[in-house]
Design a binder for this molecule. Structure first.
Ligand code: SF4
Ligand code: FES
Length: 256
């Protein structure tokens, strides 16, 4: 007998947040749906089943279905998670789904993470700043393996927004760069091709919108579906902020 035949069949009860902000007659409410659980069923499959068989107006986002595009973040029983990566077998029979907080609601479970991430990238200037003009004939420079790995680790962020939704500060302070924003800053701060000085980074991160806005609950680190080392990111940026502060003080002392 296969494991799926062996497993007890469950009837899943969904309570799903419904609201269309574009429709003046729409009121936020929870709507119930029931479906039979299938073997290896993800939330993506369950929501598709509901949309195809019970309510074609249900809004939610999915594109890659394999934890790559970052579009399917939602609150699953009060915890941010990727719908495509969450198996119903890991959840109780009652599943409550809400849209991610912090981001602008498009409708039902669909939110606009793109605008938030674009504004964050602009505010933190999350791109390589080079003093020299690009030289296509320049020799390729070798990067230390450990450093290349750390940059690669930061670049694995899929901008799903789960860490932002789990962050107590990002939920109440709209200008806080948040874990994903600070991870983005760290990615460029580590990169030797970025020629910004410590004092330039000080302006970007050493304030309440940056690393000193974090109150250290670190839910982001536990929630991140890509298991990014967000604790290390914060530690790295705090060290960088303090060293640039001390360097600034030393310069002032010497000048005095
Ligand atoms: Fe998602 Fe993790 Fe990136 Fe946050 S850091 S946006 S949780 S992938
Ligand atoms: Fe792309 Fe879930 S559908 S991350």
């Amino acid at each position: 007998m296969t494991p799926e035949n062996n497993a007890k069949k469950r009837r899943l009860h969904f309570e799903i947040f419904r609201y269309n902000p574009e429709d003046p007659d729409s009121k936020p409410h929870m709507q119930s749906f029931e479906i039979d659980e299938l073997p290896y069923m993800s939330l993506f499959m369950a929501l598709n089943e509901i949309r195809e068989t019970q309510d074609p107006s249900l809004q939610f986002d999915f594109a890659c279905r394999s934890a790559i595009c970052g579009s399917c973040g939602m609150m699953v029983n009060g915890r941010p998670a990727l719908g495509c990566r969450t198996q119903t077998s890991d959840l109780p029979e009652l599943i409550r789904l809400h849209p991610l907080p912090v981001f602008k609601l498009v409708g039902d479970l669909s939110v606009d993470t793109g605008t938030w991430f674009r504004e964050m990238a602009e505010n933190t200037e999350a791109w390589v700043h080079a003093k020299e003009a690009f030289d296509s004939d320049a020799q390729e420079e070798r990067m230390d393996d450990e450093l290349a790995q750390a940059i690669y680790d930061s670049d694995r962020c899929i901008e799903c927004g789960c860490c932002i939704a789990s962050c107590g500060v990002a939920n109440v302070k709209s200008d806080f760069a948040g874990p994903a924003g600070l991870n983005r800053v760290a990615r460029f701060a580590m990169d030797p091709r970025d020629t910004r000085e410590d004092s330039d980074w000080f302006e970007v991160i050493s304030n309440a919108q940056g690393v000193f806005g974090c109150i250290g609950m670190m839910a982001c680190h536990d929630i991140c579906p890509k298991e990014l080392p967000l604790l290390e990111v914060y530690a790295y940026l705090r060290r960088k902020a303090l060293s640039s502060l001390f360097a600034g003080n030393k310069d002032r002392d010497h000048a005095a």
